[in-house]
Unconditional design. Sequence first.
Length: 456
Amino acid sequence: MNPATLRGSLRIRLLATTLVWIAASIVFAGWGLGSLFRSHVAAQFNAELGTHLDQLTAHLVLDGQGRPTLSVPLSDPRINRPFGGLYWQIDRIAGPGMLAVDALLRSRSLWDQVLAVPADVPMDGEVHQHRIAGPDGTMLGAVERAVRIDDVSLRLIVAADERLMIEPVSRFNGALWLALGVLGLGLAFAALLQVVVGLAPLRQLRRALGRVRGGDARQMEGAFPAELMPLVEEFNSVLTQNADVVERARTQAGDLAHALKTPLSVLANAAHGKDDHLARLVVGQVEMARKQVDYHLARAQAAAAVRVPGARTPVRAAVDGLVRTMQRIHAGRRLALVVHPTAPDLLFRGEEQDLQEMLGNLLDNACKWAASRVEIHARIDGDRLDIGVEDDGPGIASDQREAMIRRGVRADEQVPGTGLGLAIVDDLARLYGGRVTLAESPLGGLEARLILPAAA
């Protein structure tokens, strides 16, 4: 796994840590339980051998010729079945530290085999344990004891097939690892479910942020866990503080505009009615200053509005209001302003006054240049709002369209204006992450398309 991905994802970190711990716990539990069961089976195996050795010792007697025999046969049926897995044998000890090579007596299960036990003869009463080779290539666990009856020293051996110990352990280990595997899968699923459920509030938090960013809400709303509520409250506090800062900036911008326009109006009134060069220069510069003030204040207000989350504006209402205004302003030209059908839920992710500023400039330009008809259409293209304004005027040559968007550039000096209209629209659109494009209209004139972010 990529370390950067591991560090960057809380879900992966939680899952990886939990799954590693589960795997380690499963392995440790499997090893521990398997070892305990193996020790238990081995102890039971050796205890059973000791029991059979005790029975063999208890039933051992000497006949009239001094040969060993059993007063009562041992009861385990495996002893009477050839290669049955349980065996016993009695050897004569020739002297101290010596062992006869022949077995005096052995169980039927040995058939024609003899148990070959190491030569270390135990002391009287001692019990030794060995692993020896048995019939048919098997390995046996064996115990032996030395006893003395009427001056006859005998070695008693009981052995059993180790498969009687290995096979139960193997079956238990198989069942154990299967059960632990199922348990591990269950725990892994539970860990996954825990991560999904535990991180669900974060997805809810993300959706709440998306609603704020998309303009559906001005603050984060919803029921969040107690651990997340401080974060939500702090974020809402930041949003409120930001909105207050923007509102103060707008108020200050309005005050600045009023403070600047008053002396400009005084200068314009003082120069009005005079026909000398100075008066004309003052009137022209005052008008230019007014336009520049309007442009920069509008841009500053829009820049502040862009940083306010949750703003959303219905497009159709703004278009209808601007069309009515343009019909009054250009009433003498008898223009036909046609608004194509627009979805009522078409929303701009931004402030209403900024949308009116951008559309108002485009509509005003279209009405100034149109011969008789202006058309407006709006549609959604993915997450973008596409608004087009077309006219049937003379249009603009393709090699001049880019220049028209620059500040102060005008298509015709005979038409009133400062050349800031399209520049203001382009600046405002770019502040919102949009743009303005100019193209030839199917009506024969110019088509201005305004691309803006759409609200959900």
